[in-house]
Design a protein around this ligand. Structure first.
Ligand SMILES: NC(=O)C1=CN([C@@H]2O[C@H](COP(=O)(O)OP(=O)(O)OC[C@H]3O[C@@H](n4cnc5c(N)ncnc54)[C@H](OP(=O)(O)O)[C@@H]3O)[C@@H](O)[C@H]2O)C=CC1
Ligand SMILES: Cc1cn([C@H]2C[C@H](O)[C@@H](COP(=O)(O)OP(=O)(O)O[C@H]3O[C@@H](C)C(=O)[C@@H](O)[C@H]3O)O2)c(=O)[nH]c1=O
Ligand SMILES: [Mg+2]
Length: 284
């Protein structure tokens, strides 16, 4: 797509955007450091884009607990500044957010308008980012997704492949349920949304998008080992048995009906996405 500006270059979603939209301009940290919100707004204005997607974020969930200042700049203040600049230029702005904005209570998949209640700094700063973006006054969309994986960067699939080859058994939490989501599907969804927003200047808002079927991290690990042919037993454990600096939601299920109705985008089967990622890792 001509005129597409992407914040982020090395991240999972940014790399997949570059793949499906080769003409996009992707700004890495060297060109736009999100810990400097004004510089990001200036970079956006300078690029004179037709459409902007922010795929950069502070995603180290546990480290964020002790780096709240940086996480807030990157996840909240920079996106707000970018969205304000995009609004001033009259350009649609798409932003990516997370299931970690929810408190994880209950068993029912979260709808877009449900009350938020982040359990940690990462989720709280991502929620502040959503609010800043939506308050900017332009044509904006926020895509909340979950449990992203790809052949690149740091993610659960790559962690499991590494640990699973070293160990013959791993304890994996079985009481957090969500939708693993291929980064490639997120990139494709963002492009469909962006095109639709350019065609209909009233389109926008908050949308949920996650892979199907819902699974626990233990289910996810089992499928990774099965497909990759790694012999490592998965021992289901409780969240309480795997202490981490940041609390994580137990119920991360995202109700994805709205994006299907408004954009015709369906939940991808993450097991098929996993097969593609494993093949890509094998070929690399
Ligand atoms: N990963 C996941 O499981 C999930 C992610 N999301 C959201 O999806 C979006 C994309 O995430 P994903 O692709 O996984 O991210 P990654 O963790 O793969 O990559 C993060 C990207 O942000 C960049 N970045 C971080 N800090 C800065 C900074 N100060 N200035 C410029 N760039 C910076 C990184 O650059 P560098 O390589 O230089 O550090 C990298 O390109 C984010 O909004 C994230 O919150 C939502 C749900 C789940
Ligand atoms: C490595 C490992 C993890 N776990 C658990 C911890 C955690 O509950 C779960 C996943 O661990 P991770 O650290 O990969 O997950 P985490 O970094 O919390 O992943 C999150 O990242 C952010 C950016 C998001 O937005 C979320 O949607 C989500 O994808 O697996 C085990 O139970 N055993 C293990 O051996
Ligand atoms: Mg992680």
């Amino acid at each position: 797509m001509q005129g597409l500006l992407v914040f982020g270059r090395t991240g999972q979603v940014a790399r997949e955007l570059a793949r499906v939209a080769p003409a996009a301009r992707c700004l890495g940290r060297d060109a736009a450091d999100l810990s400097d919100p004004a510089a990001c707004a200036a970079a956006l204005a300078q690029a004179q884009p037709r459409l902007v997607i922010n795929a950069a974020a502070y995603t180290a969930v546990d480290r964020a607990e002790t780096e709240a200042g940086t996480a807030r700049l990157v996840n909240a203040e920079a996106p707000a500044a970018m969205a304000a600049e995009a609004a001033r230029l009259g350009v649609p702005f798409l932003h990516v957010s997370t299931d970690y904005v929810f408190d994880g209570s209950g068993q029912v998949p979260w709808r877009e308008a449900d009350p938020t209640g982040p359990l940690g700094v990462y989720g709280a700063t991502k929620l502040a980012g959503e609010e800043g973006v939506m308050a900017a006054g332009g044509q904006t969309a926020v895509l909340r997704t979950s449990w992203v994986f790809s052949a690149h960067g740091a993610n659960f699939v790559k962690t499991m492949l590494r640990l699973g080859r070293e160990r013959d058994q791993l304890g994996i939490v079985a009481d957090q349920i969500g939708g693993p989501t291929p980064a490639s599907a997120i990139a494709a969804a963002l492009l469909v949304m962006g095109r639709a927003m350019l065609a209909d200047r009233d389109k926008g808002g908050i949308y949920h998008f996650a892979g199907a079927p819902d699974a626990s991290w233990a289910d996810f690990a089992r499928e990774i080992f099965s497909q990759a042919g790694v012999s490592c037993a998965v021992r289901p454990i409780a969240t309480a048995d795997y202490p981490t600096p940041a609390r994580r939601p137990a119920n991360s299920r995202l109700d994805c009906r709205r994006i299907a109705e408004d954009f015709g985008i369906d939940r991808p089967d993450w097991r098929a996405g996993l097969a593609e990622v494993l093949k890509e890792l094998e070929d690399a």
